[in-house]
Structures are given as C-alpha cells and as structure tokens.
Design a protein around this ligand. Structure first.
Ligand code: IMP
Ligand code: MG
Length: 183
C-alpha cells in the first residue's frame, strides 16, 4: 500500500513560514520573561516535540528541559476527559520558574492537570505556553500565558499533532479530510 499521506489533508492552515514566524515571536516573549530567572521547560509529549525543539533553539539562556508524557485520546478526535501520565517528570523544580509547553489547548484538561502536578512540586512559579488554542472548546478555566495561534473548532494535524499517531511529521499544520477519520 502506498504510504504517502498528501491526499489526506483538506487544506493547509499554517505554512512552515507562518509557524516559524510565530515560534520566533513566542521565543522573544519568553526570553523577556525569563532572562533573569532559573527556567525549567516542561514539554508535554508527544505533540509538543517539534514545537519544543524549534522553540528552545531560540532561547540563548541556561535552562532545564524535562518531559511529561500524557495521553487522553483513543483513536478518535475528541478528548476522553481524564488523562493518563505515560512518562513522569525527572527533574526537581523547587524554587525554579516552570514553563509548561504543549502543542494545543483544547478542553484544557491536559494542561490544567499537568499544571497541578507541577504546582505540587513547589516551583517558584508556573506558566503555560501553547502553539495552538481552541478557546471555544474549553471545559476547564485556563488561559495560556503564551499563545501562538487561536483557531476555531477544527481538528488539525501536523507539526507534532497527530490523528491516531499519524501525521506528526508533517512540516505544516493542516485540517484533515473528514473522510479520513469517519472511515
Ligand atoms: P485537552 O486536554 O482537551 O486540552 O487536549 C489537549 C491534547 O489533546 C493536546 O495535547 C493534543 O494532544 C490533543 N488535541 C486536541 N485537539 C487536537 C487537534 O485538533 N489535533 C490533534 N490533537 C489534538
Ligand atoms: Mg498532546
């Protein structure tokens, strides 16, 4: 079977250039905030993988990088509500300023639960950064401190975001054809 996935996309939502521009803007905002603070970045796996690797290259400051693994989705496109921790944090964050980075803020369940986990470790401060935000889908009261793009209620893939573990390696962000997840 041909494994090319080009025909699965309905349309491109953000080009590689638009993503790059936005990641640069976010890096500038983050740099200003943490220039004089001990920063620990916590990347929420797996979706934030491409975002975090581009973002940290634009931050010329001493920082710690840690990962937390979460999963809330089955093979469908709506969040299940409860998240499972699939990879624990390894670094201590006591008295450090923590920035939790995720690919997308949807219902808010994932990020708010990760923030609660981090708060329990007594950091100096916890802030959040997401590349994409779907404010209309929120079920938990949470707003990102740093936000790339606000988008309507669309299911998107690429640049780390998946549908059933596929399309994370797409260099742009796209809307998937409905026929792909309805079939
Ligand atoms: P939340 O817990 O509902 O805020 O969902 C956050 C997680 O769901 C993100 O970390 C993503 O992994 C996933 N997610 C939410 N919306 C999308 C989407 O449009 N495409 C791919 N993954 C999504
Ligand atoms: Mg995710």
């Amino acid at each position: 079977m041909n494994q090319r996935f080009d025909d699965d996309m309905e349309r491109m939502l953000f080009t590689p250039e638009e993503i790059d521009h936005t990641v640069h803007r976010l890096a500038g905002e983050i740099l200003t905030q943490y220039l004089d603070k001990p920063l620990t970045i916590i990347s929420v796996l797996t979706g934030s993988l491409l975002f975090i690797s581009d973002l940290i290259r634009l931050l010329p400051i001493r920082l710690h990088l840690d990962f937390i693994g979460t999963s809330s989705y089955g093979d469908n496109t709506t969040s299940s509500g409860t998240i499972t921790i699939t990879r624990q944090l390894r670094l201590g964050v006591k008295e450090r300023h923590v920035l939790v980075v995720d690919d997308i803020l949807d219902t808010g369940q994932t990020l708010s639960q990760v923030v609660d986990i981090v708060r329990a470790l007594h950091p100096a401060d916890v802030k959040t950064c997401v590349l994409l935000d779907k404010p209309s889908r929120r079920t938990v009261d949470i707003k990102p401190d740093f936000r790339g793009f606000a988008i309507p209620d669309l299911f998107v893939v690429g640049y780390g975001l998946d549908y059933a573990e596929q399309y994370r390696n797409l260099p742009y962000i796209a809307v998937l054809k409905e026929s792909v997840y309805r079939s």
